[in-house]
Design a protein around this ligand. Sequence first.
Ligand code: SF4
Length: 579
Amino acid sequence: MGVLTALAILAGLIVVHEAGHFFAATWQGIRVSSFSIGFGPVLLERQRRGVQFALRAIPLGGFVAFPDDDEDSEIPKTDPNLLSNRPLPQRALVIAAGVLANLLLAWLVLLAQGVVVGIPDGFSATPGVLVSGVQAGQPAALAGLQPGDRIVSLAGEPIAGGQEAVAALVTAVKSSPEQPLTLVAERGQRQLTLELVPADVGGTGRIGAQLQPFGSEAFRPARGPLEPIRQANSDFSALLSRTAGGFFTLITHFGETAGQVSGPVKIVEMGASLAQQGGGSLFLFTALISINLAVLNALPLPLLDGGQFVLLLLEGLRGRPLPEKFQMAFMQSGFVFLVGLSVVLIVKDTSPAGGAATAEPLVPRFPSARQRTPLILERLGELYPHATCSLDWRNPYELLIATMLSAQCTDERVNQITPALFERFPDAAAAAAVEPADVEPYVKSAGFFRNKAKNIVASSRLLMERHGGTVPRTMEELLELPGVARKTASVVLAWCFGINAGVTVDTHVSRLAQRLRLTRKSEPRQIEPDLMKLVPQADWQTLSIRLIFHGRAVCTARKPNCPGCPIADLCPMGGTPTR
Ligand code: SF4
């Protein structure tokens, strides 16, 4: 039943794609000779108004044919309603309509999900830990674990649910390098007892598997008619950018990511398992595959819509059609490529070595930001155990001034400036008693030095007037100081007083939050609330400082070192999720 449902969805998506081409052509009065689902010999056919509607034997796609391509057509080559005789924009619309139809369908399906199933409302965990990815050749794979397994007990003790259960299992793994762990995993109706021996990686156990809480997404009814639309917009743009990003990564890092690509057999298998889970998952599956079809077809490859678009573009640039021979060679190379690719993917999907170990869709399914962030925090903690504020300071006043100076300036530069500055102005009283011009020579190399000197003096005077020269301990009071923004206040409160009032979003945190897809926003003031939702308040500054260290060491602004990144498995830009 599940397989039939998945096949029906795939066939429906192909029909929608071809219907896009078909309706864009007929709507413009362009002649169409055939509308086919599948390739090869015709199984079923019907003629209507001169168009052959056919179901063919090889169910790997479909096509809309035009009389222009038919050597035996009796329609004169000069007929104004032949596709080739229509202006470039009309032909472009016919080509683009398939991709647009799939995108529109994906959006409508997501909208329907919001109306029928409801709005996603967190995660409802049930006992057990889900194995969502397994790295070939690593201890998890060697023990026999497979993606989709649910670990229900460890050393005879049942495993609870949620993020805590994942953390407990991870702790057990880490603390048992080279020591056998007995666990029970459920696979479908079967229970398997497996012996897992974590590898010793620098004294820590690693198993090469991605673990996540077991359970399902919870939904609630929409609050008003606009909420499903907003949710559909947001899901659509996230899926589209993830899919496009997935294809981009596949092209730019083909060697590392090719193993994650699945063909039609694996996609049907995935859809079948979702069909058995219930209707909610199928909405997402349908939207995801529809977007995949759209993006795949938009690639500038021969035989795909994107390839046809390239030919049209070249024709537009030349001012006349490309030579017939060139067009033929271009299309034939595409045919060989696509048939070859289909065969490779089907063989890979159905072979025991490739099939079981890489059950991933065209775009790897990634755990949500909420699921990944605690793992990212923990992993970065192992990488940067001594991560701390890089500014040199001895008391809250010094950190306040140093943080004010660090805007648009590196911490190293600030650390070169502050020894002389604090020797001359050791506290608020000293800086409050002078004019900004007296401070300027000390901060000249910090950038925007006039403004910074003015703010140091004005803030010091306010500290003297309202706080007796001490640095206040609340966000509101700190924000009243000239030149103190939320970022500066968060740093001072966290490092001086241990108060987590927010996540400091500097340029590194902003960049990493976006690359790791912990947020969809680009403005620091919008990124901060997103990050605050992902970890407990006690970890806000820790998250910030660890991201900053990773941003300096690996995920730099100029060139992220994704192949060498130790959290690549938790990053949508980095590759397969593994633990
Ligand atoms: S995988 Fe690349 S983009 Fe992601 S965090 Fe690592 S370096 Fe940055």
